[in-house]
Design a protein around this ligand. Structure first.
Ligand code: GDP
Ligand code: MG
Length: 440
C-alpha cells in the first residue's frame, strides 16, 4: 500500500496548483493503491467520497505544496476510517472482568489469549485466569494450557465433555473466590460462518455476558476478513477487534476494512508468532506506517518495553527538544545491541519503507554497532556534545583511538547529523513531545 500511495503523491509533486485533472489522477492512484491492498470495495468508496469532497477545500499556500496538502488530507481521512482515537480495554467492573474472544478457526484466538494474558499481567499488573470453552478439539484445550504455562498465568481446566457455558460459569466462580482481576475465555473456532456454530456462540456470549467481546481476525485473509467481520458483528455485540498476523500483511488492507465494516475499534494488533507480540492499536501510527513515514512511536515503545524505561523517557524528551548528542547515541547503540541489532529496528525508522533491501544491507554493514560505539568512546565529552568541533586532527585522533579510519568516522558523523535533522523535523518532534508527555 505504501509504495502505491507514494505514487499517488508523486502525481502532485512539483505542481504549484491543484487542478481538476491532477486531483483526479491522484485520487485514481489512491484508489488503485487501496484495491491492491485488498481493502473492501464499499470502504474504498466511502473513503474516496470523503477525500473527493474535502479536496476542494484544501488550503494550499501557507507553506504547503499541493502534494503535501493532499498527503495531509489522505492521512487525516485514513486515520478517521481506521478508527480515529486509540481505544483500550474496558476493565472497569467488579472483578473478574470477563473477556471473550471469538473468530474463525486459525484466526489466532488461542495465541491472542496468551498474548493478552501476558500483556495484562506485565503492563497492567493484572492477575489473570484463562479458560478454554473450545470443547470440539481436546488439543485446543491443551494448547491453551501449554501457552498459559509459558506466560505464567493460571489455567482453569476444562474437558470436551463439559458444556461451554458451564465451563465459563465455574471458571468465573473460581476467579471470584481467588480474586482474579481478569478472566480470558477462549472459544471454539469455526471453519466458515455456519449457522449452528454461530448460534452456539451467540448463546454462550449471552450467558457469560463478558465486558469485552473481541473479534479475532487474520489480516492476511484480505477481502474475506471483511466478510467474516460482518457476520460476527451482526451476530455478537462486539466491543472490539484483534487483528492478527500483521507481520505477514504488508498491505494493511484489512485494518481499513474491518474497522469500518464492524464499526468497532481495533484494540490490538498481533505482530508475530511469539507471545510478546501484541501491540495496542494506535490508528495514527498505523496510518503513518502505511504512508511510509515509519513508526517512530512504536519503535520508542518497543525500546521502552525491553530496556531501561527511565533512559528512554530521557531520550524522548531530548529528541523532542532537539537536544540529543553522541553520548546519547552511544547509549542507544548499546541498548540496540541488547535488542538484536540494527536490523530489527531499521524498518521502523522514518523513510525506511522506501529504502531498497540492498541499500539497507549496506547500511547495516556500514554502521556496525560495535565500531560506532568504539568511535564515540574515543571522543571527548565535549566533542560528543558539539559534533562540529570534530575536524582534521581530532578526526585522526578518534580514528586511531577507535582502531578505525577517517572514512568510518566521517560516516558516523554524517549519519548522526542526518538523524539529528530528521529528529528535528516538526512532525516527529510533535509525536516525540506527545510521547514524552503522556506515555512516558
Ligand atoms: P485459533 O484457532 O483462532 O485459536 O488460532 P491459533 O491461536 O491456534 O493460531 C493459529 C496459527 O496462527 C498459529 O500457528 C499461530 O502461531 C499463528 N498466529 C497467531 N497470531 C499470529 C500473529 O500475530 N502472527 C503470526 N505470524 N502468526 C500468528
Ligand atoms: Mg484455538
Amino acid at each position: 500500500l505504501t509504495e502505491r500511495l507514494q505514487n499517488s503523491f508523486k502525481v502532485l509533486q512539483g505542481k504549484n496548483k491543484l487542478s481538476e485533472s491532477n486531483i483526479k489522477e491522484a485520487i485514481r492512484e489512491v484508489r488503485r493503491a487501496l484495491l491492491e491492498a485488498d481493502v473492501a470495495l464499499e470502504v474504498i468508496k466511502v473513503f474516496l467520497d470523503q477525500v473527493q469532497t474535502k479536496v476542494l477545500g484544501l488550503k494550499v499556500g501557507q507553506g504547503l505544496t499541493p502534494a503535501q496538502a493532499f498527503i495531509k488530507l489522505v492521512e487525516i481521512e485514513l486515520t478517521e476510517i481506521i478508527g480515529g482515537e486509540a481505544e483500550s480495554l474496558d476493565l472497569k467492573i467488579q472483578p473478574p472482568a470477563v473477556i471473550m474472544l471469538a473468530g474463525l478457526q486459525g484466526a489466532g484466538k488461542t495465541t491472542s489469549i496468551a498474548k493478552l494474558a501476558l500483556y495484562l499481567k506485565q503492563r497492567e499488573n493484572k492477575k489473570v485466569l484463562v479458560v478454554s470453552a473450545d470443547v470440539y478439539r481436546p488439543a485446543a484445550i491443551e494448547q491453551l494450557e501449554v501457552l498459559a504455562k509459558q506466560v505464567e498465568v493460571n489455567f482453569f481446566p476444562s474437558t470436551i465433555d463439559d458444556k461451554p457455558s458451564d465451563i465459563v460459569a465455574s471458571a468465573k466462580k473460581y476467579a471470584q473466590k481467588q480474586f482474579f482481576d481478569v478472566l480470558l475465555v477462549d472459544t471454539a473456532g469455526r471453519l466458515h460462518i455456519d449457522e449452528q456454530m454461530m448460534d452456539e456462540i451467540k448463546v454462550l456470549q449471552k450467558k457469560v455476558n463478558p465486558i469485552e467481546t473481541l473479534f479475532v481476525v487474520d489480516s492476511m485473509t484480505g477481502q474475506d476478513a471483511a466478510h467474516t467481520a460482518k457476520a460476527f458483528a451482526d451476530a455478537l455485540p462486539l466491543t472490539g477487534v484483534i487483528l492478527t498476523k500483521i507481520d505477514g500483511d504488508a498491505r494493511g488492507g484489512a485494518a481499513l476494512s474491518v474497522r469500518h465494516i464492524t464499526g468497532k475499534p481495533i484494540k490490538f494488533l498481533g505482530v508475530g508468532e511469539k507471545i510478546d507480540t501484541l501491540e495496542p492499536f494506535h490508528p495514527e501510527r498505523v496510518v503513518s506506517r502505511l504512508l511510509g513515514m515509519g513508526d517512530v512511536l512504536s519503535l520508542v515503545e518497543e525500546i521502552s518495553r525491553k530496556v531501561d524505561h527511565k533512559k528512554v523517557q530521557k531520550y524522548t524528551r531530548q529528541m523532542a527538544k532537539g537536544q540529543f548528542d553522541l553520548s546519547d547515541m552511544r547509549d542507544q547503540l548499546l541498548q540496540m545491541e541488547q535488542m538484536g541489532g540494527m536490523e530489527a529496528l531499521m524498518d521502523k525508522l522514518p523513510g525506511m519503507g522506501q529504502v531498497p533491501q540492498n541499500v539497507k544491507n549496506q547500511m547495516i554493514v556500514g554502521t556496525e554497532t560495535k565500531k560506532m560505539i568504539a568511535i564515540i568512546n574515543s571522543m571527548t565529552p565535549k566533542e560528543r556534545n558539539h559534533i562540529k568541533l570534530i575536524k582534521g586532527s581530532r578526526k585522526m585522533r578518534i580514528a586511531n583511538g577507535s582502531g578505525t579510519n577517517i572514512q568510518v568516522v566521517n560516516k558516523l558523523i554524517k549519519q548522526f547529523e542526518k538523524m539529528q535533522k530528521k529528529m528535528s523535523s516538526g512532525k516527529i518532534q510533535k509525536m516525540m513531545a506527545k510521547m514524552a508527555g503522556t506515555d512516558g
